[in-house]
Each structure stands twice: as C-alpha cells, then as structure tokens.
Design a protein around this ligand. Structure first.
Ligand code: AMP
Ligand code: ZN
Length: 113
C-alpha cells in the first residue's frame, strides 16, 4: 500500500534492522524500544489492523504468533515476554499496518493490561 511505512520496510524500500523474514511475515527492531528487547512482527501483505482480518487470515495470524515465539527464544527471552497488538485509535495504534510488539528483558514493572 502506498505511503505505509511498514510496507516500505517490508519491501526494503526503506532500510531497517531486520530480525527475520520469510514469504509472509517480516520482523524488525522497534525504533523506539519500550524494553531492552523490543521487536515487531508484521504480515508482508498490507492489513491495517486486527479488525481487518478475516477467516482467510487465520493461518497468517497463527504463523505470526509462532514466529514471535521462535524469535523470542532466539533473542534470549527464556524467562518470558509480552506480546501486544494495539488495535484502532482507542487501542493506541499509531501505525495502521497490523503488527505484534514482542518485548522482553524489562526489569521494571509492566503497566497493567
Ligand atoms: P503502535 O503504537 O502499536 O502502532 O506501534 C507502532 C510502533 O512502531 C511504535 O512502537 C514505533 O516505535 C514503531 N515504529 C514506527 N516507525 C518505525 C520505523 N520506521 N521503524 C521501526 N519501528 C517503527
Ligand atoms: Zn502496510
């Protein structure tokens, strides 16, 4: 999709710190990390948010979660991690391309929720 920053990262139009990619998902470091380890997992195809997903995206969503789990292990998050999917304006979503935040190694308390 034109003018979507995450589409531009996934297509390499704009360089970024790539964590992982395959045919359908792309992962990169968050530019403003909220934890010592903070990366994002996105679908390569443009989907604006979780609310836009349909049954057709079931496999993709499962693949995103299992990829997040695999990458968390590779990043040394053996004591756990937090996955967040902000959705829509009330969910605090600022980039309108579906993304999972994966965060770990944070010593201070997490906010609730
Ligand atoms: P959200 O508020 O859930 O939409 O999260 C968007 C996230 O994308 C924020 O944590 C930003 O720091 C991150 N972000 C925005 N632009 C970039 C970028 N060009 N490269 C890496 N992370 C980005
Ligand atoms: Zn996009």
């Amino acid at each position: 999709m034109d003018n979507c920053i995450f589409c531009k990262l996934a297509s390499k139009e704009i360089p970024t710190n790539v964590v992982y990619e395959d045919d359908t998902v792309f992962s990169f470091l968050d530019a403003d990390p909220q934890a010592p380890v903070h990366f994002l997992v996105i679908p390569k195809k443009h989907v604006s948010c979780l609310d836009e997903c349909t049954e057709e995206d079931q496999e993709l969503l499962g693949h995103m979660l299992l990829t997040a789990k695999k990458l968390a292990a590779e990043q040394g998050l053996e004591n756990g991690y937090r996955i967040v999917i902000n959705t829509g304006d009330d969910g605090g979503q600022t980039v309108k391309h579906l993304h999972m935040h994966v965060m770990g190694k944070r010593s201070m308390n997490w906010p609730p929720g």
